[in-house]
Design a protein around this ligand. Structure first.
Ligand SMILES: *Cc1c(COP(=O)(O)O)cnc(C)c1O
Length: 441
């Protein structure tokens, strides 16, 4: 018996009301020592001053522990609901669903689409593997749309060329948070009866023709992974849909199809299949914790500030880098109609004018200590595609812009959390490197 633990045990998944004998949601609650570890992790430091202050905090936390109670639930409860409501308000959606991560959100959308082996899914040639992992895993045929040479986003004209009568889905990705030209894609999808899933992993807070990114297509999923422009303690995602008939099922699809609006005899709930586009499907588990919910709520409050700081930094970089003239194509800052999130600052080198390609620029920047990693490569070049019988060179031939921009032109830079000195150093380094290249040094 936990006689030394005076904390009230919390109730299990279902609200059982006041009870003399509660059923603990967690075997052991987190205590003051555990909470201190979280504080030490979230607010790291070194040195005497840090140690002194941490000791004070520890004392206070242990005092607080004596008069506090543990949370009733740790998974899928009020805080997750609050985060979803905040998303709905911000995105002008209803029923948005907080999931483990963006990839898990995609899976729900893909399952809804009732994909069969051999069905074709069009994805951009440059993105992250998460975009297409699920259809690849179930034997769909991935078709790669070439990219727009300036935005690196899926080129709608190439999508049009690659649609066949087996095409079931199109998955545009707002790369770096710059909006894909969605109107022609949605038009094509309508004409051909194809579902569209927006990979808005970089797009939380961006806008296209008056609509928030991720809310334009049949589905949209956002990522709150730690590298994105907003995070929920390292992992998390939101799935949105415009398919009214699926809205009521979407949250059940996050947790194994459990249905609390029904009960089987002598039990608390029922489990029903989720109704997909053409057939029912079995849901997986993409549940989130209340702690993730808290993390998201806090960052949503600051999202305009976050994007504003990114925009300001990108604008400043553009001001500095325009000095290089047509040797460089700079990040498009958008306009009233197109609002990027500036998740990444995209820079394109024009090799004919810059005296060399991006690989040379990257070497020079690396030597100056400026990190420039193009996160995203041509997906068809990854080994996994060969494993599944794709011919990378044949695909490369159908994606000439992708080949050109990836190998010769594009890179990107961080635009958040940097000091003015760092941004200036980055701009100076880029300019100096280009001038060296132009002089053949
Ligand atoms: C990060 C990322 C994802 C996956 O997001 P997770 O939340 O990590 O699952 C999907 N697509 C793109 C383009 C990404 O960069």
């Amino acid at each position: 018996m936990a006689s030394d633990n005076k904390k009230k045990a919390s109730d299990f998944r279902y609200n059982t009301g006041e009870t003399r004998v509660p059923w603990a949601a967690v075997g052991e609650n987190y205590n003051a020592e555990d909470v201190m570890e979280v504080i030490r992790f979230m607010m790291q430091g070194k040195g005497e001053e840090y140690d002194r202050i941490i000791a004070d905090v520890q004392k206070d936390i242990f005092t607080l522990d004596k008069v506090s109670e543990p949370p009733a639930k740790l998974s899928l409860d009020n805080v997750v609901a609050r985060a979803e409501n905040m998303c709905d308000e911000y995105l002008h959606t209803t029923g948005s669903t907080f999931v483990t991560n963006c990839t898990a959100g995609f899976e729900i959308a893909y399952k809804y689409a009732s994909l069969e082996p051999g069905d074709e899914v069009i994805v951009p040639a440059i993105t992250f593997i998460a975009t297409m992992a699920y259809p690849l895993s179930i034997g769909c045929k991935l078709v790669f749309a070439d990219v727009d040479p300036l935005t690196l986003n899926m080129d709608p004209a190439d999508v049009a060329r690659k649609i066949t009568d087996r095409t079931r889905m199109i998955v545009p990705v707002h790369i770096g948070g710059y909006p894909v030209d969605m109107d022609p894609i949605m038009k094509l999808a309508k004409e051909h009866n194809i579902l569209v899933l927006e990979d808005a992993a970089h797009g939380f807070g961006g806008m296209y023709h008056g609509k928030m990114l991720g809310t334009i297509a049949d589905f949209g999923a956002f990522s709150f992974h730690e590298v994105k422009n907003i995070t929920s303690f390292g992992e998390g995602g939101i799935l949105c849909t415009n398919i009214e008939s699926f809205k009521s099922d979407m949250r059940r699809a996050r947790f194994l199809g459990t249905d609390f609006s029904r009960k089987i005899k002598d039990w608390l709930y029922d489990v029903t299949a989720c109704q997909g586009w053409k057939k029912p499907f079995v849901a997986g588990n993409a549940s989130t914790t209340e702690i993730q919910g808290l993390g998201l709520c806090q960052q949503i409050k600051r999202i305009e500030e976050i994007i504003g700081a990114r925009r300001a930094c990108a604008t400043y970089l553009n001001d500095r880098l325009k000095e290089a003239g047509d040797a460089l194509s700079l990040q498009d800052l958008g306009n009233e109609d197109i609002k990027p999130t500036f998740h990444l600052y995209k820079l394109l080198v024009n090799p004919e004018k810059a005296g060399g390609d991006v690989q040379l620029l990257k070497k020079k920047l690396e030597a100056r200590g400026v990190t420039n990693i193009p996160h995203f490569g041509p997906l068809y070049r990854f080994n996994i595609m060969q494993t599944y019988g794709y011919d990378e060179d044949a695909i490369a031939e159908t994606c000439p812009n992708c080949e050109e921009v990836f190998y010769k032109r594009f890179t990107h830079f961080p635009v958040y959390g940097l000091t003015k000195e760092q941004v200036d150093y980055m701009a100076d380094s880029i300019l100096e490197s280009v001038y060296e290249m132009q002089r053949g040094i």
